[in-house]
Design a protein around this ligand. Structure first.
Ligand SMILES: Cc1cc2nc3c(=O)[nH]c(=O)nc-3n(C[C@H](O)[C@H](O)[C@H](O)COP(=O)(O)OP(=O)(O)OC[C@H]3O[C@@H](n4cnc5c(N)ncnc54)[C@H](O)[C@@H]3O)c2cc1C
Length: 444
């Protein structure tokens, strides 16, 4: 059972300064799973979690209410806990889910959000630690005599001995060429915002910028709200995510070099997915071996191709999307935005591949990975005060293998903000391992 009121009541409590042994900044799945791990491992001190949203544990990915938004990882690999691999499937079963082959299914992300929240609630009820969820935004961080001081946007503060940065995904970045549309009714800069698609009428034509999994979500949302108009989707390369195989393939031996990876995929034929998946655990190590220049080159040149092979659509979603492409309802293509203007309620977007005229234009370029460009106040403050350093590509903060951002080990980072150092760090199979390890280090 989800007992959301418990969070809401605690979050309304007025606080000026909170003292905590550990403060977790960010209340998405990463923050919630770290907190749950600490409690499960017997932490008895004061634990504060700062969350911009009132619902801890959901974040962008699992805060969706749309049941058509499915996980892109099979249930069997979505446990929140590294030491209990079947936990999500067990929870589904205990919740009354009786689907055949449950472990191989792709569950709705909203259900996963309930699972994470439920596991956190469960840990809270059995733990003797002093847990303080704080609703707000952390905007400053510095080291003082009394500990690490965290400033919140409302003027409150927290003083903690140790801190976990679990800040999650950045909002998508809108290309410079779209800046002129700011304030326009038809322009949707953040696709995850509540009511983002409310203005779209049944027969309106829609243009989606981006052809990845965010585009897939949006197309499914539009169809489920009864939209029947034309949907255009454009991205630099026009590549759509590949589909998952009907059932999980048997694991294969991971290749040791990029050449071996490519050769392995070629030789594996239809079994290429297993080869790609096999390097998931060793990706941070392989990535870490590259120079920053090589990483930059790969991010720019290889990432569009890597992303569509690595981040795949569940088969049922792929069937729906491919059906729309075949029927011509979804017009998918390559194109780079050259200009975008609004005239008399129409948005005109000029791509290098030709113009598109629509009523609504949605930015679905996915979470931005550029922390330098995003200028997040908390991260800027951490850098300014010597508690963390941005990596040379601005893809996140510099962390060691354990996730420490500075030599004292008092500040750890987990999840998407470690992308520059780890690359493979944004999804639950990696986050649960990081959260487990972070809890161990915090308890040591
Ligand atoms: C649309 C989408 C779908 C996804 N689907 C899957 C999937 O199916 N399977 C999978 O394994 N992974 C998926 N992912 C990857 C996803 O990144 C992780 O699974 C996981 O949700 C990351 O959780 P997080 O807590 O790190 O990040 P987030 O979900 O982004 O949560 C971070 C939270 O921290 C808060 N926050 C940030 N800064 C501050 C601050 N300064 N003060 C207070 N609060 C702050 C944010 O408001 C947010 O609530 C998906 C990602 C997206 C964007």
């Amino acid at each position: 059972m989800i007992k959301g009121d418990a969070f809401a009541q605690r979050m309304d409590r007025p606080m000026a300064e909170t003292l905590a042994d550990i403060a977790i900044l960010g209340g998405g799945a990463s923050g919630a799973v770290t907190a749950a791990n600490l409690m499960r491992k017997g932490f008895l001190g004061g634990l504060a979690i700062v969350s911009r949203e009132s619902a801890v544990g959901q974040g962008i990915a699992y805060g969706t209410r749309e049941m058509c938004h499915l996980l892109n990882v099979r249930a069997s690999n979505m446990s929140a806990f590294a030491d209990t691999p079947t936990d999500f499937v067990d929870w589904l079963t205990a919740s009354g889910c009786e689907v055949e082959g449950l472990a191989q299914t792709f569950q709705p992300r909203a259900v996963y959000g309930r699972y994470v929240r439920d596991r956190l609630e469960q840990a809270m009820h059995t733990s003797a630690c002093r847990f303080t969820p704080i609703h707000g935004e952390a905007v400053g961080i510095s080291r003082g005599e009394d500990g690490i001081r965290i400033e919140l946007a409302n003027g409150d503060s927290i003083v903690a001995k140790k801190v976990v940065l679990a800040l999650g995904n950045l909002a998508p970045y809108a290309p410079r060429e779209c800046q002129g549309l700011l304030g326009s009714d038809g322009w949707v800069p953040i696709p995850w915002a509540d009511g983002a698609l409310d203005r779209v009428e049944e027969t309106d034509d829609v243009l989606i910028l981006g052809t990845g999994l965010t585009m897939v979500d949006l197309v499914l949302s539009l169809r489920s709200q009864g939209h029947r108009g034309r949907i255009y989707a454009r991205s630099r390369h026009g590549l759509m995510p590949q589909r998952h195989a009907p059932a999980g393939a048997s694991p294969v031996e991971p290749p040791k070099t990029v050449k071996e990876l490519i050769d392995g995929c070629r030789e594996a034929g239809q079994g290429w997915r297993a080869v790609i998946d096999s390097i998931r655990a060793s990706t941070p190590h392989l990535w870490g071996e590259l120079s920053w220049k090589e990483r930059q080159r790969l991010l720019w040149r290889l990432m569009p191709y890597w992303n569509v092979a690595r981040h795949r659509m569940p088969p049922e979603v792929a069937d729906a999307i491919e059906g729309l492409v075949e029927r011509g309802t979804l017009d998918l293509g390559a194109g780079t935005v050259i200009s975008a203007t609004e005239t008399n309620g129409w948005i005109w977007v000029q791509f290098n591949s030709g113009p598109v005229r629509v009523k609504h234009f949605i930015n679905a370029t996915g979470p931005s990975c550029n922390w330098k460009q995003a200028k997040v106040p908390l991260v800027e403050s951490a850098v300014l005060n010597g508690l963390a350093e941005l990596d040379p590509l601005g893809q996140g903060v510099l962390v060691d293998e354990e996730g420490r951002t500075d030599p004292t080990g008092e500040i750890l980072a987990i999840g998407p903000i470690c992308r520059g150092c780890r690359l493979e760090t944004t999804a639950m199979p990696e986050i649960r391992v990081q959260a487990d390890r972070a809890a161990e280090l915090l308890l040591a």
